[in-house]
Design a protein around this ligand. Structure first.
Ligand code: NAD
Ligand code: MG
Length: 387
């Protein structure tokens, strides 16, 4: 099986390599290419270990360092956004889209045109270009499989059921580090506190997004596109143990849930082996050692990101691009201490309510160039807007 890993140096990328490292003894894998950004040491280490054909850094300033470190190896070396798109064009049996943020969207669209199975961790691809992505996969006869643990769980629960019999989908959320904080306690939280996720080991940006529940907000929109659901078919419950990854209720009121230890290698392996199942090196789920599986309602006063996502779900246009771009800049501004934690949702709401964004409630952008251009415009506005 020929494999490409976009975002190999990140949390999902490293989990993917850890899985392949073990499974390659029994399965025939060939990693064609790895891409990363500025963690050149990790990129080189992995490129050498897996004897890849090509390695790409998104950061053109890093190409010299990359070339120097790999000078004694026969590996093609490239840099820049276009080089990542070109890497998708190499074609593969399985590619994982695990770049963080909007930067992962154009490569995912390109992957769908050239690779047989596209395992999507980059939720921003569905949020910003859901319809385009799905239509492109149909045109190019490729298959999109969800890696996000909730969406992978939903996918497993739906399996071969008739989609018309789905009553509702329940996404579970850990509630993040501030689940038990009051609103006033959340006002002054630091970046370090927000990065410290209670149940999952993830990249910095998605960890902070989990603390604000912007991650769950993005996932609601992701689920709408992945499973073609109406807003009233989607709900979120807080499930602090992160053992049930999501649930699907059918019209006869049967609810199916997917459970497994919180290790992303489960979802990654599911897409890698699909439609088969194979043994993987993660720990067993010991139900008797779990004291409790608990569920709580989301307090949307503390987590207005969920209210904003519901607003987006009801629209048919490209507000997902606006939401995501404003959220990415709000996150940058929180990380750089320019705005406070709770101001991230204030910023996103303010941008969504700008009169110039009205048209995207019903205008659906259907080309990647238009989507990139709206993303750039909203990022600029979000950098300048006063909070
Ligand atoms: P991460 O920050 O750990 O890694 C991101 C990867 O993207 C790195 O390889 C980095 O080099 C690369 N990258 C960063 N900026 C880039 C740019 N401008 N151009 C090209 N490459 C760039 O992130 P992660 O936690 O692995 O998450 C990756 C994606 O998967 C995100 O969209 C996230 O929402 C999603 N996801 C992650 C998890 C998780 O458990 N970590 C779970 C579900 C979904
Ligand atoms: Mg998730």
């Amino acid at each position: 099986m020929k494999i490409i890993i976009f975002g190999s140096t990140g949390s999902i990328g490293q989990s993917t390599l850890s899985l392949i490292r073990i499974l390659k003894n029994t399965q025939n894998f060939k990693i064609l290419a790895l891409t990363g950004n500025d963690n050149i040491d990790q990129l080189c280490k992995d490129a050498i270990e897996f004897n890849v054909k090509r390695v790409v850094t998104a950061n053109k300033n890093c190409i010299f360092q990359l070339k120097q470190k790999l000078s004694s190896h026969n590996i093609e070396i490239y840099a820049g956004e276009e080089a990542i798109l070109d890497t998708a064009r190499m074609g593969a049996d399985w590619i994982i889209s695990a770049i963080v943020g909007f930067a992962g969207v154009p490569p995912t669209i390109e992957a769908v045109k050239h690779c047989k199975i596209v395992a999507v961790a980059n939720k921003e691809s569905l949020v910003c270009a859901g319809k385009l992505l799905i239509d492109t996969a149909i045109t190019f006869k490729s298959k999109l499989l969800p890696v996000d643990s909730e969406h992978n769980a939903i996918f497993q629960c739906i399996n071969s059921e008739n989609p018309k019999t789905i009553k509702k989908v329940t996404l579970t959320a850990s509630g993040g580090p501030f689940r038990n904080f009051t609103l006033s306690e959340m006002a002054n939280v630091t970046v370090a506190q927000a990065t410290n996720h209670p149940t999952w080991e993830m990249g910095k940006r998605i960890s902070i997004d989990s603390a604000s529940m912007f991650n769950k907000a993005l996932e609601l929109i992701e689920a709408k596109y992945f499973f073609d659901l109406k807003p009233n078919q989607l709900e979120v419950v807080i499930h602090p143990e992160s053992i049930i990854h999501s649930m699907v209720t059918f019209i006869d009121n049967s609810t199916l849930a997917q459970l497994c230890p919180n290790d992303m290698r489960n979802a990654i392996a599911h897409t890698l082996n699909y439609p088969e199942r194979k043994k993987i090196p993660i720990k067993d789920l010991d139900l008797t050692s779990l004291k409790n599986l608990s569920f709580e309602k989301v307090d949307e006063k503390k987590f207005p990101s969920i209210t904003l996502a519901r607003m987006i779900l009801k629209t048919k246009g490209s507000l997902g691009v606006v939401f995501n771009a404003a959220k990415e800049i709000a996150l940058d501004r929180f990380i750089s201490k320019d705005i406070k934690f709770l101001d991230m949702s204030n910023l996103v709401e303010k941008v969504l309510l700008l009169p110039e964004m009205n048209e995207f409630e019903y205008t659906l952008l259907n080309s990647i160039d238009e989507i990139i251009s709206l993303n750039n415009r909203v990022r600029q506005i979000s950098k300048e807007i006063r909070i």
